[in-house]
Design a protein around this ligand. Structure first.
Ligand code: XBP
Ligand code: MG
Length: 253
């Protein structure tokens, strides 16, 4: 089956939003609420094992701040998270996080080639809209046939639910798609939906297990700035474009 669609994770894949967006917003929300918590980059690295901001806060309390007591941890996590989302959107509006190398170029080449685009993420929908609108412009939200975000499915990544949701909405088989991810939880999720996955690592994920990935790169690369291949089949391509994706898709179908 021919390659029909590209499905993108957001955080860590399209942009380094975890370090420059989510972590900053969590810490600002703690401060504004008078909590004396401050998550370091090192701690956040560990907290990223759990996807979803509210679940991450509860994981922090359970494993890393056991002395903190509260009658209703669920509602505390929900209210911290609501504020954190507002702050995150504000940071995006201020232009805090650029897209990673090659992302904008690949979107436009894929659209020109008639490939269908979608998003599969476990983050809050407002966060996706803010990142896309502030980096590519509001109209770019229409480039994505489906924006599947965490709240439309019962189970966040590493469950495959969000990828299965996107496939169903697009009426596509897994074999017609490629997924783009940056993390172990992400590849487990896409693989559970049987979608072949290309990985671009970042500082939080470069030691993750990416067994099953069709290739692992440092980033998508640009014509004047080649990617570095970490694992994968030898290729003449030096940056990820539609013909390289078709080559990868054919090799792995
Ligand atoms: C990233 C996540 C999210 C973000 C925080 O998922 O796990 O939880 O860290 O966003 P993905 P929220 O890489 O699939 O986009 O606070 O909105 O959950
Ligand atoms: Mg990610």
């Amino acid at each position: 089956m021919a390659l029909e669609a590209l499905i993108f994770d957001v955080d860590g894949t399209l942009a380094n939003t975890e370090r420059d967006g989510h972590l900053v917003a969590f810490n600002l929300a703690f401060k504004e609420l008078g909590l004396d918590w401050e998550w370091s980059n090192e701690l956040y690295h560990k907290l990223l094992d759990v996807t979803g901001g509210q679940l991450r806060i509860k994981y922090y309390l359970k494993e890393f701040n056991t002395l903190f007591k509260h009658d209703d941890v669920d509602s505390l996590a929900a209210s911290i998270h609501a504020l954190k989302t507002k702050i995150y959107v504000r940071l995006m509006d201020e232009g805090a996080v650029p897209l990673r190398p090659g992302v904008e170029r690949l979107f436009s080449e894929a659209r020109e080639a008639g490939l269908r685009l979608a998003i599969a993420t476990t983050t809050t929908p407002a966060n996706v809209d803010a990142l896309i609108a502030n980096t590519l412009g509001k109209d770019a939200l229409d480039w994505f046939e489906v924006i599947g975000a965490g709240d439309v499915v019962p189970n966040l990544k590493p469950a495959g639910d969000i990828y299965n949701y996107v496939l169903k909405e697009m009426n596509l088989n897994a074999s017609q798609c490629l997924a783009f991810e940056d993390s172990h939880n992400g590849i487990i999720s896409a693989s559970s939906a049987n979608i072949k996955t290309l990985i671009t690592v970042n500082e939080y994920t470069d030691r993750h297990d990416f067994t099953g990935a069709i290739t692992v790169l440092n980033n998508l690369g640009e014509p004047n700035k080649p990617f570095e291949m970490i694992t994968g089949n030898r290729t003449d391509s030096t940056y990820v474009n539609v013909s390289y994706l078709q080559e990868l898709h054919a090799q792995h179908s």
